[in-house]
Write a protein that binds this ligand. Sequence first.
Ligand code: BGC
Length: 750
Amino acid sequence: MKTMKMLSACLLLLPFISCTQVQDTENDAVIEQKIETLLSRMTLEEKIGQMNQISSYGNIEDMSGLIKKGEVGSILNEVDPVRVNALQRVAMEESRLGIPLLMARDVIHGFKTIFPIPLGQAASFNPQVAEDGARVAAVEASAAGIRWTFAPMIDVARDPRWGRMAEGCGEDTYLTSVMGAAMVKGFQGDSLNHPTSIAACPKHFVGYGAAEGGRDYNSTFIPERRLRNVYLPPFEAAAKAGAATFMTSFNDNDGAPSTGNTFILKDVLRGEWGFDGIVVSDWASVAEMIAHGFAADSKEAAMKAVNAGVDMEMVSYTFVKELPGLIKEGKVKKSAIDDAVRNILRIKFRLGLFDNPYVDEKWIEELYAPSHLEAAKQAAVESAILLKNEKETLPLQSSVKTVAVVGPMANAPYDQLGTWIFDGDKTKTVTPLKAIKELVGDKVQVIYEPGLTYSRDKNMVGVAKAAAAAARADVILAFVGEEAILSGEAHCLADLNLQGAQSELIAALAKTGKPVVTVVMAGRPLTIGKEVELSSAVLYSFHPGTMGGPALADLLWGKAVPSGKTPVTFPKMVGQIPVYYAHNSSGRPATRNEVLLNDIPLEAGQTSLGCTSFYMDAGFDPLYSFGYGLSYTTFKYDNVKLSSANLKKEDVLTVTFDLENTGKYEGTEVAQLYVQDKFASVTRPVRELKRFARVTLKPGEKKNVSFELPISELAFWNIDMVKTVEAGDFALWVAPDSQSGEEVFFKVVD
Ligand code: BGC
């Protein structure tokens, strides 16, 4: 009772304080002892049952039968606390050994209070945003009885055709590592055994974001060096942050599906990183090894998965069906089963489930707490990226007396939540239209004429109507983008232009001669070059969640100042993809003085255009490169100094610089530190992000900022497949984005 009271008090204050633990953290040795004792009492069937995860199918009676027999270790997709408790009671009281169930759910960017999609959170370059978002999600989800989420998704993704780019942190290895680790911390809290902590599950291990052609579930071809230098580090950071579980990915890399890949699951994850938690397959990815042509039948699929190191099978039931036979035949060792069960029980013990298996059914009142909504709004503010602001169109001034609010995303409470919001409630969403009306009251007249009712709408009559109405306004606010369903799992696109007649809508609005402020809400970077040209200002807000409306209204009227930066490169056109800033140095790099298609003389000679790496129709540069974003104010970087120009491998480099706010508004700049290893045993990226910092400055204020960079962080997997720092020349930039800044040099000596 006392515990309950204390918890409720904590919940009211969460997520911003951590509570006294309700039970002492049992040390690992005690847990290991308990695992061994329990294991020694388990039958083979009960062990295999722990390795089986089912999706709730509604009928408690049917599920209870399986649970009683000890045939289920975990259930996903059950979010009613009363039903969670009922199922848990069967496991605790009616199964032979009383092993609690692990209840799981995809809580990706919020349970009820929806935060910006992870790609948006990444645009904040603020790990605190990611941690707070995950903490709020954990508090709310655990109130429903969920103790395991399948997040964070930390697949480095460099192809916006891939719909799942929305769920991750973008194209950069370092940014993804930092944000992913912060999410793990937020989900898991200070200790897993706190009732508001939920086990994190970094996914999808590994390489899934490199799907060929950006088509979901497609093969990848990532050689080991690139795997280790680009795709594995975010997972290593998540493991270091204490992630309790990992999920295998659907893709086959160079022919090996992850769910049957011993190298990544055993050699790297357990061997090199010492991971001791649960490896769960993705949804049916064990059985899908048959469709991959990697296993002839469910028996071979189960064998390959367990022998590769998968502990728990999500929904495809091959383990329960096939493992007894496989053990009899000696194709799977009993010790492999014991190891898997140890991993599963370890996490159940660490979560405190044996002692506190039930959820307090009244905790559900904590959903949508004011502090949660406030944190979601702040996240949406920090996630928005100002891409253009001609003649200081933004922020809107008091001289603006009439605004036209136009476009299919202005009042789309479901769609602004984005992908993966199983539990989000659109009736709680505050849309831009609602928020703008609340913010301006009767000081500004708001004309609302959406023109199009949803993003794929092609209704030109609506477009004409909206343009006519908008012509009466001082400023036009056009909310365009993508419906939630156009991004996320299996929602890939080959064309990244605005859907439906949205482009025509922007063109018609521009024709009125009034300034058009375009606000894009989408799950990926879209090819919006044309619309940017026609707009006076552009704000990009990856689906911003429940509180997207108030965040955008504040930004438009200058109650908040944009500070987001692109977490991924925006291509000019799809044909440029993959286009990302940290590409390797080419022997013939683009000069940026290329002759483009329309300038080529007739019958030009073969080499007359120069021989460098670019497209004749798109040039080399993207629309916006990684790390780009404007503010209402301006910043000046100056006086970059290094602690030394000659460093040893064990040294820490200190980089200091002056950052000055040279504009009229208080603002926050995301200062970025990039490094290039000039010459190495393998070609290296032209730049790599190594540090970033959000710095807030008043108008006219100047701060001396410093970054500390241990030289050991310049290590990479070299020609001998050894992770090492190679001595030699390095370049460094302190910059507002990945393309600017003055180059400074230093050397690393042996
Ligand atoms: C997705 C995972 C997700 C799982 C469970 C799969 O289809 O790839 O990311 O966690 O389903 O819902």
